[in-house]
Ligand binder design. Structure first.
Ligand SMILES: Nc1ncnc2c1ncn2[C@@H]1O[C@H](COP(=O)(O)OP(=O)(O)OP(=O)(O)O)[C@@H](O)[C@H]1O
Length: 250
């Protein structure tokens, strides 16, 4: 059963078309990763899925009453503001201490309830954001480059936690990531985005696809060649890809 159906989605900001004719579905319980260079429309896609951006064209259909949990890329909290983790998790609505404890435990940081937000390490902070997303018992967890700023072991541990959460709760996960070599192994399916869907499939299929290699290179699963897009691959007319539009938008 699909939780979200995106059909022929296009998003334009003024004259800038950032997504053209993107279609995808997210099924219950699957881990789907979106990869793509900077400015390729990943965040815009995610924001359209949660309803924060209106499609210019196309539709986003969420299954009735689907519960979403969103882990943002970053959240700035004024370091001079005293606030415990438990208090933070009770904003904007009060949450029972047992629910806070359960969410923190699921996020892998069971002992942090009374810690000060300003004293958390980067990895602990991201897990608290994960705990916040888990409080509503989401059926779909959306993560927007949630490991930005963490070192490689830190992000690998974070993604293992995500897999554990999926295992425990059965939620589906949609994540955006630049750390392809790390998330690829944790994903059931990968979509490579560059204003349009360049290629998609299992991690193995995407990693060996010429479109993916053109974007990310092939060394260490592309990890060393991020963000380069030479447009040296060809699209066939039947795949509906139009790079001229994306390039004009960049
Ligand atoms: N609210 C907005 N108004 C105008 N332009 C926007 C808005 N949000 C994003 N953009 C532009 O749309 C393009 C795609 O941005 P988006 O954040 O979706 O890409 P991204 O793939 O997530 O990028 P990154 O990897 O750098 O986070 C960028 O050129 C960006 O400047």
């Amino acid at each position: 059963m699909s939780l979200v159906d995106v059909e022929n989605l296009s998003i334009r900001y003024g004259a800038n078309t950032v997504l053209s004719n993107v279609s995808l579905r997210i099924d219950a319980g699957e881990i789907l990763t979106i990869v793509g260079p900077n400015g390729s429309g990943k965040t815009s896609l995610l924001r359209a899925i949660i309803g924060a951006v209106k499609p210019t064209k196309g539709t986003v259909t969420r299954s009735a009453d689907v519960r979403l949990g969103y882990v943002p890329q970053k959240l700035h909290i004024d370091p001079t503001l005293p606030m415990t983790v438990a208090r933070f998790l009770s904003l904007p609505r009060a949450v029972a201490p047992a629910a806070i404890a359960a969410a923190l435990s699921q996020a892998g940081v069971p002992d942090l309830a009374s810690a000060q937000m300003s004293r958390l390490s980067g990895g602990q902070f991201q897990r608290v954001l994960l705990a916040r997303a888990l409080i509503g018992k989401p059926q779909l967890l959306l993560l927007d480059e949630a490991t930005q700023g963490l070192d490689q072991p830190g992000s690998a541990a974070f993604y293992r936690q995500i897999e554990a959460v999926r295992q425990e709760t059965g939620c589906a996960v949609l994540m955006i990531s630049h750390e392809l070599h790390v998330v690829m192994s944790a994903s059931d399916r990968v979509i490579c985005l560059n204003g349009h869907v360049c290629c998609e499939g299992t991690p193995e299929v995407v990693a060996s696809a010429p479109e993916y290699r053109a974007l990310f290179g092939s060394g260490t699963m592309g990890a060393l060649a991020l963000y380069r897009h030479d447009h040296d691959h060809e699209h066939h007319s039947h795949d509906g890809c139009d790079h001229s539009q994306t390039e004009a938008a960049e």
